[in-house]
Design a protein around this ligand. Structure first.
Ligand SMILES: *[C@@H]1O[C@H](CO)[C@@H](O)[C@H](O)[C@H]1NC(C)=O
Ligand SMILES: *[C@@H]1O[C@H](CO)[C@@H](O)[C@H](O)[C@H]1NC(C)=O
Ligand SMILES: *[C@@H]1O[C@H](CO)[C@@H](O)[C@H](O)[C@H]1NC(C)=O
Ligand SMILES: *[C@@H]1O[C@H](CO)[C@@H](O)[C@H](O)[C@H]1NC(C)=O
Ligand SMILES: *[C@@H]1O[C@H](CO)[C@@H](O)[C@H](O)[C@H]1NC(C)=O
Ligand SMILES: *[C@@H]1O[C@H](CO)[C@@H](O)[C@H](O)[C@H]1NC(C)=O
Ligand SMILES: *[C@@H]1O[C@H](CO)[C@@H](O)[C@H](O)[C@H]1NC(C)=O
Ligand SMILES: [Zn+2]
Ligand SMILES: [Zn+2]
Length: 577
């Protein structure tokens, strides 16, 4: 999770994109076993050699099994993972990845360019595309008006990145050779046993901790609605099956319904919902390779929460819109279509599934009907493929008066991304809030977020007025495995950061204060990790983090210019989420 500087960017575990063919999926698992070779040693030359070998064997033999063997050999030889995991991952990914590769237009040096940066190879296929904005002029911008005292405020429960580990076993080792520990089958090697409620390590959560969270929110608070932005299954991605992913979807949906009862819930699709992970073919892929096994199950499970029109688009491509109050509309985006890790996009990454053009249509109609819009999604826009991200930024610019708020998850950390006007990059006009995860992965307390939103009353702005973050202090909870654990307030944004309001300009002001007030920044760093910090953050790290907070579109160095020029894109290379 640590930000890396662009200069030392060799093959980062999150280097993600268009992968060393079959071997790529391993990168999603993080660093390999200790010692010897690992992803950090894969250089540009190695990347090209590997891809040329893999590509050639595919072109000559058109033989999936042969390519899979090569991939396993490469994986084992370079010690990219444990031998058993190499085998399982290749078996799991081969069909989807090879199909996507054969259909793609990219070749080895372009892949390595995408993977390791432009120093390694040139790529420009589809690197730039533009959505079309309607000719209607942008309405004049109204400065935000604080709601009158005593106006109704909605409370929105925000849950993201649950990552339920079916195999979590209290007492199992918290360190192990696999990428996910604390499990029934974790190879021993570590001595620290995992706690009953979770562990500060490479571990996800047992069901009883998730149930405890839901029980707590059901008994201790009332909510107007729930936004739930995906990543239901655990990080044992080398062995997951479609059946297991569906079981996770059904179990967790059932629990949420059980505890939250009639409260409306609006979900979004995360990158872990699929098997294999990150595999989200565009709707042009039909048949058994398509995502219909997943989207159809979601539509079935979420039927009580969403109207028929939303279920229709959900079944096709995993996104939807629905009206949730008299003058408020929700848009749930499928951010897998923006993700570097979704290898299916190598077929065509020009506005996959036409999602952004669809979004423009929804927003224009909302503007015409005087509706406000909340956008939810899993992966934050600043982590998306560049052209997708820049188009999204343009859309947010055009519809700044309609988009009342944006909410994301995926990084597992508590952060945000500020959007500025495109012309001068100086006027903050929107904020994408990024809520921390329910899971502990990696080294965090379990947590959730509550947003206070203006409304509902006639002409309410539906903007975020404040937010609260709750955690389970694992150190405390694990001392008393037999007691009901105490979920507690970690902080409220306005009072902790001494903010007057939570408008975009207030977040910009906060970031400015971070630069000069290191104590305040360290408070942010503590909360960023839900109160469980494992590394200090100073100098380059601080610059990176601040740069990330200002960068709502990926690969935009302009926003970090005044941060001593070091702020690069490194922060935007996080993965493992
Ligand atoms: C791989 O990289 C690590 C750290 O970057 C280094 O310590 C190690 O010696 C390298 N291994 C090889 C085989 O080059
Ligand atoms: C997209 O729009 C930008 C700015 O308006 C323009 O410079 C660029 O040429 C356009 N690209 C394409 C592929 O149309
Ligand atoms: C692992 O889990 C299975 C079922 O969840 C259980 O039957 C088995 O006893 C567990 N094994 C260990 C070593 O805990
Ligand atoms: C939540 O509710 C339970 C049961 O109603 C109560 O025991 C507990 O103290 C409450 N916790 C908080 C943090 O309010
Ligand atoms: C579809 O794909 C899944 C996953 O690879 C496989 O288990 C299943 O047997 C396939 N079904 C058909 C009808 O081919
Ligand atoms: C990719 O998809 C876009 C939008 O759906 C389409 O306009 C374009 O022609 C496609 N490109 C290729 C190479 O198929
Ligand atoms: C969690 O509890 C431990 C042990 O009581 C304490 O040291 C730590 O400060 C607590 N963490 C937070 C975020 O409150
Ligand atoms: Zn994720
Ligand atoms: Zn996640």
């Amino acid at each position: 999770m640590r930000p890396r500087s662009a200069a030392q960017r060799t093959m980062s575990p999150s280097g993600g994109l268009f992968l060393l063919l079959i071997v790529w999926p391993l990168s999603a698992l993080g660093e390999g076993p200790r010692g010897g070779y690992g992803w950090s040693n894969v250089t540009c030359t190695t990347c090209k050699v590997l891809l040329i070998v893999l590509d050639a064997s595919l072109q000559v033999e058109s033989n999936m099994e042969r390519v899979a063997e090569v991939a396993v050999t490469v994986c084992r030889t370079l010690h990219l993972e444990e031998p058993g995991i190499c085998d399982q991952v290749v078996q799991l990914f081969k069909r989807d990845v090879i199909t996507a590769w054969v259909m793609s237009v990219l070749r080895p040096s372009e892949f390595c360019g995408l993977l390791l940066g432009t120093d390694c190879g040139h790529w420009d296929i589809g690197s730039e595309w533009n959505i079309t904005l309607p000719p209607k002029p942008k309405p004049p911008i109204q400065p935000p008006v604080p709601p009158r005292p005593g106006s109704p405020v909605s409370r929105v429960l925000f849950i993201t990145d649950i990552h339920w580990d079916h195999g979590y076993a209290p007492g199992a080792p918290t360190t192990c050779k696999e990428p996910l520990c604390c499990r029934n089958h974790s190879s021993s090697g570590g001595r620290n046993p995992s706690g009953y409620w979770g562990a500060y390590s490479n571990c996800d959560l047992p069901l009883h901790t998730i149930e405890s969270l839901l029980q707590h929110v059901a008994t201790n608070a009332s909510f107007d609605r729930v936004y739930w932005t995906g990543d239901i299954p655990a990080h044992n991605v080398w062995e997951q099956t479609r059946a297991q992913q569906l079981d996770a979807l059904r179990s967790i949906t059932g629990l949420i319904r059980k505890y939250l009862g009639p409260v409306p819930v609006y979900p979004a699709v995360g990158n872990h919902e699929s098997a294999p992970v990150n595999s989200f073919p565009p709707p042009s892929i039909y048949g058994n390779l398509s995502s219909s096994w997943l989207y159809n199950a979601m539509a079935q499970e979420w039927e009580g929460w969403l109207p028929a029109s939303a279920l229709d688009t959900l079944r096709i491509a995993g996104f939807y819109t629905t009206k949730i109050a008299p003058d408020l509309r929700l848009v749930s985006l499928n951010m897998n279509f923006c993700a570097v890790e979704n290898f299916w996009l190598m077929i065509n990454y020009t506005d996959p599934a036409g999602q952004l053009q669809w979004l423009v249509g929804v927003l224009q109609e909302a503007e015409d009907n005087y509706e406000k819009v909340h956008i939810i999604g899993h992966i934050p826009p600043g982590l998306c493929l560049k052209s997708w991200s820049w188009n999204y930024y343009r859309i947010v610019n055009r519809y700044e008066s309609t988009i009342a708020a944006q909410f994301f998850g995926h990084t597992h950390l508590d952060e945000f991304e500020i959007f500025y006007d495109e012309e001068t990059l100086s006027r903050p006009l929107s904020v994408a809030f990024i809520s921390p995860s329910v899971t502990t992965f990696i080294n965090l307390n379990p947590g959730f977020r509550v947003y206070q939103v203006d409304g509902e009353y006639p002409h309410s702005s539906h903007v975020v007025l404040d937010h609260e973050t709750y955690i389970l202090n694992l150190t405390e909870a694990n001392k008393k495995p037999n007691e009901v654990p105490q979920w507690s307030l970690l902080y409220s944004a306005l009072s902790t950061y001494r903010m007057k309001s939570a408008y975009p300009s207030d977040w910009e002001d906060l970031v400015q204060r971070f630069i000069h007030d290191d104590q305040l920044f360290q408070t942010f760093w503590f909360l960023h990790h839900k109160g469980h910090v494992s590394e200090v953050c100073q100098e380059f790290c601080k610059t990176d983090v601040i740069c990330g907070l200002r960068t709502g579109r990926s690969g935009d160095l302009q926003l970090c210019k005044d941060l001593d020029g070091r702020g690069k894109l490194a922060h935007k290379k996080k993965s493992l989420c």
